[in-house]
Design a protein around this ligand. Structure first.
Ligand code: ZN
Length: 316
């Protein structure tokens, strides 16, 4: 859905908006997240699963389909199973999954997830609730969708939009490419791309529903420092009833994106993760800020000026 936007900005941004080709709807992801699994051996693994492995996987899936209404499509590294009309499942497969995978790999990820992962696209809340219980023995705790590392599956209520789907696609790619990635960046990137489109041929996150809560937290002076946020382990990060850790991480990634620094940051952090496991030092380096308190003040002011549906320039 393309929202009406008012753009009165410098020309590169106007061009960016003209290049805007694709826009997914925003859907909140409030599932209780599982911490990422322990390190995955990624060296010397096969490039990807073979056609024969995909075919065998599909045969196994056919045996457990809840009804005859499901369409199964192979979209490496995923298999997509949906009970919308076949044409709709195909559109999600090509316009959302393939697009997101291609664009994420272009900028961030060299390795596919090690295992074939299933993406279940249930057509509505009733199908999602019923079939998650039937297939996985669990009642979803979010109305939108979630990634289950244990079931090697993304389980989605696709009627809520494609935003959560792109968010969740980020997680298995992080597992495969950066197993020691701290939660702030795993969720910051996932959240960034839950409101996403294509600008100048690259995946691009837009402002979204997480903004008002973050602005309220800034005004209430309740945000942690970036040093604290980046140091949080899974239990600390996900203990976040108001979602401000997610929002702070998202809009740090958004800021880096708008400054053209996000991809470099990710690559530098990946390369220096042993010396800098939280990414804080790499962040300082990329930002050119020794005084991170001063940076946070600047960033908070920037976030307070953002509005949903508007693109804002941060040219230094
Ligand atoms: Zn997530």
């Amino acid at each position: 859905m393309f929202r009406k936007v008012q753009v009165a900005l410098v020309s590169p941004l106007v061009l960016a908006w003209l290049a805007f080709l694709y826009h997914l709807s925003s859907t909140p992801d409030r599932r209780p997240h599982q911490p990422p699994p322990s390190a995955i051996e990624t060296s010397k693994q096969p490039e990807s699963s073979t056609n024969a492995e995909f075919a065998a996987h599909v045969e196994q899936l056919k045996k457990k389909l809840p009804s005859a209404d499901f369409t199964i499509l192979i979209q490496p590294p995923f298999v997509i199973i949906g009970d919308e009309p076949a044409e709709a499942v195909k559109q999600h497969s090509e316009n959302t999954v393939k697009w997101a995978v291609d664009k994420l790999k272009q900028d961030f990820f060299s390795q596919d997830p090690r295992d074939i992962l299933d993406i279940w696209l249930f057509k509505d809340a009733a199908s999602y609730q019923k079939n998650a219980l039937l297939l996985f023995g669990e009642k979803p705790t979010t109305p939108y969708g979630y990634y289950s590392s244990a079931h090697k599956a993304l389980i989605m209520n696709i009627s809520t939009g494609g935003g959560t789907l792109v968010h969740e696609i980020v997680h298995p790619f992080i597992e495969a490419n950066f197993p020691a990635c701290p939660p702030w960046l795993n969720e910051g990137l996932g959240s960034l791309y839950e409101q996403t489109g294509e600008v100048n041929g690259h995946i691009h996150g837009f402002t979204n529903w997480r903004l008002p809560g973050l602005q309220a937290a800034i005004k209430a002076n309740t945000l942690p420092s970036f040093k604290h946020l980046t140091s949080l382990d899974a239990s600390g990060f996900y203990d976040d009833a108001k979602g401000t850790h997610y929002a702070q991480a998202r809009y740090l990634c958004y800021y880096l994106q708008q400054r053209g620094l996000l991809i470099n940051f990710y690559r530098e952090f990946l390369a220096h993760q042993k010396e800098d496991p939280t990414g804080y030092q790499t962040l300082q380096k990329i930002l050119g800020h020794v005084d991170m308190n001063a940076f946070q003040q600047k960033w908070e002011k920037y976030v307070l000026a953002l509005r949903q549906g508007y693109e804002v320039s941060v040219t230094p």
